[in-house]
Ligand binder design. Structure first.
Ligand code: NAD
Ligand code: UFG
Length: 336
């Protein structure tokens, strides 16, 4: 298939582009570069031997989207583009609603105009809100996300559900990611946030490379085995493969689906630090601080639906996630 990847030069988009190309699909990357760099296209070419087309554009620019969908005769869209910083979304809700919600509606209108009716959407476990019980299954009711970012994910899922009702030929697969970490084993693409990282893994990686002094552990008084927060970390390469499988599914099934992508196993903050210490071969200093506002104690998923519908199952564990993340960090640190 010829696939448009909005947000295609980002962390998850770039790994998915590699996976799509390696599976024989054509990938066209569409990104406004607000949180990624054009050099990612070179890295994808180095890894796969094929250079994907890249269009610098914004998902709020309907005319450019129509032009791109037509020019590349796109069959399906994987929609990664979006802003994702939880704290920033609290400070700038309108920016998030404009970029994520208005951007998605513009994309859907452009797809309609061009007769493209298959979409894979980057949703998030945040749509479940505070879990009532674990593991999380897709038939559980969605909850109340604790911030505007999370609400954009839930609203987009609902917009897609309404669209599928109105246009029965439309296929929308909402992939509810748990916590994507790790990097491609080449070390050429990975997660490289600007400024001080919000998320645990890039923060730990920067402590390992000496760019940050110690890991801040946000709370050790949660009702979890060691008191620190538990999450279902998923290797970004496994996640990328899930998109290719979802595309095959959407090719054969119209309608709306939500599917969890996670390993089904939770790891605590202290377990992640220990796994990273093993990967980098050094002790990592940490300090226990207050809980972070809005954090839940634990979440992990039941990944059975993904296996049943997509034939997908995570292959990598926390050791491979940390070692690939460390390789990317090292290559990156040396390159700078
Ligand atoms: P990322 O920031 O690396 O990638 C998103 C890309 O979208 C960036 O390259 C950015 O430049 C681009 N973009 C943003 N707004 C745009 C716009 N208006 N027009 C065009 N391009 C735009 O983030 P990621 O981690 O790769 O996340 C991809 C998607 O997955 C996002 O929608 C995110 O909300 C979702 N998600 C991520 C996580 C996670 O922990 N990484 C978890 C759940 C869901
Ligand atoms: N944590 C620390 N120190 C840090 C960063 C995080 O102890 O410096 C802890 C958190 O308290 C939490 C765990 O590490 O227990 C994971 O935190 P992250 O910030 O890495 O990830 P979150 O689970 O908070 O959020 C992620 C994405 C969101 C998404 C959510 C659900 O960042 O975008 O998963 O999918 F909504």
């Amino acid at each position: 298939m010829k696939v448009l990847l909005t947000g295609g030069t980002g962390f998850i988009g770039s790994h998915t582009a590699v996976c799509l190309i390696e599976s024989g699909h054509t990938a066209v990357l569409y990104d406004n570069l607000s949180n990624s760099k054009p050099e990612v296209v070179d890295a994808i070419e180095t890894i796969t031997g094929a250079r994907p087309a890249f269009v610098e554009g914004d998902i709020r620019d309907g005319a450019k989207l129509v032009e791109t969908l037509k020019a590349y005769e796109i069959d399906a869209v994987i929609h990664f583009a979006g802003l994702k910083a939880v704290g920033e979304s609290v400070e700038k809700p309108l920016l998030y609603y404009d970029n994520n919600i208005a951007g998605t509606v513009t994309l859907l209108q452009a797809m309609k105009e061009c007769g493209v009716n298959k979409l894979i959407f980057s949703s998030s476990s945040t749509v479940y809100g505070t879990p009532v019980s674990l593991p999380l299954t897709e038939d559980m009711p969605t909850g109340t996300p604790t911030n505007p970012y999370g609400r954009t994910k839930l609203m987009i899922e609902e917009i897609l559900r309404d669209l599928c009702e109105a246009q029965p030929e439309f296929a929308a697969v909402c992939l509810r990611y748990f916590n994507p970490i790790g990097a491609h084993d080449s070390g050429l693409i990975g997660e490289d946030p600007n400024g001080i990282p919000n998320n645990l893994l890039p923060y730990v990686a920067r402590v390992a490379s000496g760019k940050l002094e110690y890991v801040r552990v946000f709370g050790d008084d949660y009702p979890t085995p060691d008191g620190t927060g538990v999450r279902d970390y998923i290797h970004v390469v496994d996640l990328a493969r899930g998109h290719v499988d979802a595309l095959t599914y959407a090719e054969n099934h119209a309608g709306w689906e939500a599917i969890n992508l996670g390993t089904g196993r939770g790891s605590s903050v202290l377990e992640v630090i220990a796994a990273f210490e093993k990967a980098c071969g050094k002790k990592l200093p940490y300090k226990v601080l207050q809980r972070r506002a809005g954090d839940i104690a634990a979440n992990w998923c039941c990944p059975d639906k993904a296996e049943k519908l997509l034939g997908w199952k995570a292959q990598y564990g926390i050791a491979e996630m940390c070692s690939s993340s460390w390789k990317f960090e090292r290559m990156h640190t040396q390159a700078k």
